[in-house]
Design a protein around this ligand. Sequence first.
Ligand code: CA
Ligand code: CA
Ligand code: CA
Ligand code: CA
Length: 349
Amino acid sequence: MKEYPVDASVTDSTITDRISKTTPVVVQLTETDTDEENPVWSPDGTRLAFESSRDGNKEIYAMDPDGGEVKNLTRNPANDDDPIWSPDSRRLLFVSNRDGNKEIYAMESDGTNPRNLTQNASNDRWPVWSFDGQLVMFISDRSGSWDLYNMKPDGSGQRRITTTPAVEDNQKWSPDMKRVIFVSNVSGNNEIYIMDGQGSTPRALTSNTADDTCPNWSPNGKYITFVSNRTGNWELYVMDADGSNQRRLTRTPEEEDSPRWSPDGKMIAFVSKGEKGSFISVVDLAGRIQKAMTDTLSEKELPSWSPDGSRISFIGKENGGPWQIYLMHLWGVQQVKREGRSGAGSIIP
Ligand SMILES: [Ca+2]
Ligand SMILES: [Ca+2]
Ligand SMILES: [Ca+2]
Ligand SMILES: [Ca+2]
């Protein structure tokens, strides 16, 4: 495969230098005997929403990024999960099956005023808020198979976007909100597609017999990162937003997953799943440096950059215990010691 430079503006050697010299510090933010999962940064960087089963079923909580000020936002015997912040950080969408099937709910950031937006006898889940706050794209099986739908944030104007018998999901708005990428297996394997935000005829960006999935836009909207097993092993890739210049960034025996762009668009964090454990690495876009930022033995998933690019939240599982939430200070620690109600403050050496 021909190798293309990604973008001269994002391949400066200072990034290589920065990654090679740093020794990240990882802090455990939660310490319970139940699963703590799916930490999601508020866009203003002040809170982490997450899912916890500490009261016997899944609830949405939020905490400060150092583990303090833990607040229970839902309190319901059903499962409440999949939190996502509004672009202004003032509201959250989440998914609950409290009425017998999955619905998308909205609530204020303090948990007040929960309201059911979808009110549909089928399953509605995976809401993705457009960056201007005007639309929410979600998936629903109300037509018999999983398709993409749009609605306004108050639940009005629900409209089916894709109309295939296959599964569509993994939808992501472009930063300019004009386009959406998503994954569909309508061809018989997973491919990444692009369409406009209103659902014009989707066009395949990948076309091969392997699986291509987990697409994510670069912050400038020029590139898309994704993972594929087209070589027989899962690897991390980048392509131009029109599907051209597909290039592989990793060559590892592990299975790469969950690629996430740094907010400055200069790095991608991702998970590598090996036989003994999984770990989080960072790669620069020129592929000149790839560095494991955590230990490689326990399990780790879901890396997510803080909006200022200084930290990465993730979930980890030690020795078969429950999933817990961790925070990695990539470039050094400003503050690590704080007693949260969840027992935050421990530092992993
Ligand atoms: Ca609940
Ligand atoms: Ca429903
Ligand atoms: Ca494919
Ligand atoms: Ca690999």
